[in-house]
Structures are given as structure tokens and as C-alpha cells.
Design a protein around this ligand. Structure first.
Ligand code: CA
Length: 366
């Protein structure tokens, strides 16, 4: 027995030594360190987007921890390395390896990009993210970004947003004519059809513009983040609910060539860290919004209002017109649109039977 064991150990050691020598190049490769740069569209310190739970920095920290320091990402806020809206092109060109923003900011490059951020009158978190993960959404997103040589990931969901802040109440469609409003994405196109003078301002410029009257109305996100910008001090009419952004999702884009140079485990870490950050952000904002809404109403005298039904009806009609026109012009838009709305149709029924019924008729308040 003892002899057999020694023999076995001897053979084992010999085998181990051989594997060690053969395995050396693999070990060396696994220990390669990658030091990347990420630009973002967000002002330094902005919660949820730039810093804290659910943010670009939270993602970078998670990746560094998960990879034990083999992939480190230095995060630059808007203006630190590049202006807010130049990071996507820089990532596409390989100047930086990553950019953190929202896909609707790139509507001018490709209309289809907007469907991956959020869709006016579209799906909320459950529907949107099940479409992305299991309904073909992520694959389509990759296809849309293929010409730009970047790979997209969902990395933070704000949940349903608020319609926004208006200096004067909106009582009819006519009240929108000539209104200067900060609003990005497809919703901006919809408002523009109704006569709104649409402005696309980065987050950091919204409060001064609204306070000084450069704009009459603005939307940002929801109670917690809007309160931090101080928007309650520039306007008092706070409209609900986010017809324009029912589930806005931040995006991470990764330069394709840089991504392809990573070993498979680091590629998997990027996906896992993005998924974790996506969920973390949603839960973080959900918890903060509840507190902030109460403060806005009860401490700051903010009035919560809902857009009149005829305004909502017009916004919906114009949204669907714009989708149809864009889909008719661009086969890629049609492909994404059809996928999104086919999924939505099925999901709506399930959502109606389950979540909506629970919220509106079963639960009650108490
Ligand atoms: Ca928004």
C-alpha cells in the first residue's frame, strides 16, 4: 500500500511538473493586467450615474474586485477628459475603451439606438429588461452598434421617470406651443411635433437654464435626482408620469477591438458586473425616490399633476406616427421596432393580468 502510494505521489508530482511547464504561458496570459479608461456623459459626483450605487464608478469598482485587479477602469466624468457627448465617438475610435451614457443621446447617429434606452409609451422595467435579456433585444442592440465598433451593455435602470418640471401649468396641447423644454430622445421629437422648442442639455446645465428662464420646462429623471439638481427651486409644477421614459436604461459601450483582446473570464466579468450594477441602480433609486417625493411635496410646496388626457392622447398619436415614419425609412429601425412591440404586446397582457391588477384593484393602500 505504502509503496503504491509513494508511486502514485511520484507520478502525480511528475505530472504536475509537466503541467506546470506546459501551463506556464497560460498562467502568464491570465495574469495580464488591463488598465482602461471610461468616459461618461455625467457631471462628477452625480448619484446613480457617475458615483455611488448603480453608477459608472460602482461598475468600475466591481470589475476591479471581481477580476482581482486584472482589469482596472479609470472613470472620467463629463468634461474631465472629454465633453459630455463626445465619449461615444472616442470609444468607437478606440481613444477610450469604454463610455457610459444613454443610447438615446446617439439618436442623430442611428435612430434605432433609442429603443434600447426607453420607448415613449413603451415597456417598464420588467418588460424592457426581459426583452433585452431574453427577447432578442441585446442581440439587436449589438447589431445596431456593429458599424460603430462598440459593444453595448445595459448598466443602470432608472425605472419610470417623471414627465418633468414646468414653470406654468399645462392645461391643453396649446400650452406646449413655443415652450422651451429640455428633453432628449424620441420624446423630444414628439414634443417638437407639438410645437415645443426642444433643447438637449447635459444634466449639469439644466438647473441654471430653468432658473434663468432660458428654458420653461425640463425633465431629468425622478424625485431623488431632480431634487439634487434643485429643480424644485426653479419650477413648482411637477408632472407625472413618464410617458416619455417608462424605464430608462443607461448604457455601457466597450470598444470592440479592446473587448476582443480580453480573456474570456474578463469578458464575462464585464457582463456580470453590468448586470449587477443595472439592478443595483434600480433598487437604489426606488428607495430614494419614495423619500424625495415626500420632501418635494411637503417641504418645498411642489404640486404633483398629471398631464390632461387630451395631451397624453396627442403625445401617443405623434409617438406612433414618428415610429412608423422612422421604420419606413430605415430597415434596422423596423427590425428593432417590430421586435420590441411584438414582445410588448405579449408582455402587456401578462402585465395587465398580474402586476397592474395587483397594483390597481387588489392591493389597496394601508
Ligand atoms: Ca430623463
Amino acid at each position: 500500500m505504502a509503496e503504491n502510494r509513494r508511486g502514485f505521489l511520484k507520478k502525480g508530482l511528475a505530472a504536475g511538473a509537466a503541467a506546470g511547464s506546459l501551463g506556464f504561458p497560460m498562467i502568464a496570459k491570465a495574469q495580464t493586467k488591463f488598465q482602461w479608461k471610461m468616459t461618461t456623459t455625467w457631471p462628477a459626483g452625480t448619484p446613480f450615474y457617475q458615483s455611488g450605487p448603480g453608477s459608472a464608478e460602482a461598475f468600475a469598482k466591481r470589475v476591479a474586485e471581481m477580476s482581482d485587479g486584472r482589469l482596472t477602469i479609470k472613470v472620467f466624468a463629463a468634461g474631465e477628459l472629454l465633453p459630455a457627448f463626445e465619449g461615444f465617438d472616442a470609444c468607437s475610435a478606440g481613444v477610450v475603451e469604454m463610455n457610459h451614457g444613454v443610447s438615446y443621446y446617439w439618436a442623430g447617429k442611428t435612430f434605432a439606438a433609442q429603443y434600447f434606452a426607453t420607448v415613449p409609451f413603451g415597456m417598464s422595467f420588467n418588460g424592457q429588461h426581459s426583452w433585452l435579456q431574453f427577447g432578442g433585444g441585446n442581440e439587436l442592440w449589438r447589431e445596431v452598434y456593429k458599424p460603430f465598433k462598440v459593444i453595448p451593455f445595459a448598466i443602470g435602470c432608472s425605472g419610470v421617470q417623471m414627465t418633468g418640471w414646468f414653470k406654468r401649468p399645462v392645461n391643453s396641447v396649446n400650452d406646449l406651443k413655443g415652450l422651451k423644454m429640455r428633453i432628449p430622445g424620441l420624446a423630444g421629437k414628439v414634443y417638437a411635433e407639438l410645437g415645443v422648442d426642444v433643447k438637449l442639455l447635459p444634466g449639469g446645465e439644466i438647473f441654471p437654464a430653468l432658473e434663468r428662464g432660458v428654458i420653461d420646462a425640463a425633465e431629468w429623471v425622478g424625485p431623488y435626482l431632480d431634487q439634487r439638481l434643485g429643480l424644485q427651486n426653479a419650477a413648482k409644477n411637477y408632472y407625472t408620469t413618464g410617458w416619455h421614459e417608462p424605464s430608462t436604461t443607461s448604457e455601457l459601450v466597450v470598444n470592440e477591438a479592446a473587448y476582443n483582446k480580453l480573456p474570456k473570464d474578463l469578458q464575462a466579468i464585464i457582463k456580470a458586473a453590468a448586470d449587477a450594477t443595472n439592478q443595483e441602480g434600480l433598487l437604489f433609486l426606488e428607495s430614494k425616490n419614495a423619500v424625495a417625493l415626500d420632501e418635494l411635496v411637503n417641504k418645498h410646496g411642489v404640486k404633483i399633476a398629471r398631464l390632461p388626457d387630451d395631451v397624453i392622447k396627442r403625445l401617443r398619436e405623434v409617438s406612433y406616427d414618428i415610429f412608423a415614419q422612422a421604420a419606413a425609412k430605415d430597415p434596422m429601425v423596423k427590425k428593432v421596432h417590430d421586435s420590441y412591440f411584438a414582445f410588448k404586446k405579449k408582455h402587456d397582457y401578462w402585465n395587465q393580468v398580474s402586476e397592474t391588477t395587483f397594483q390597481t384593484t387588489v392591493r389597496g393602500n394601508g
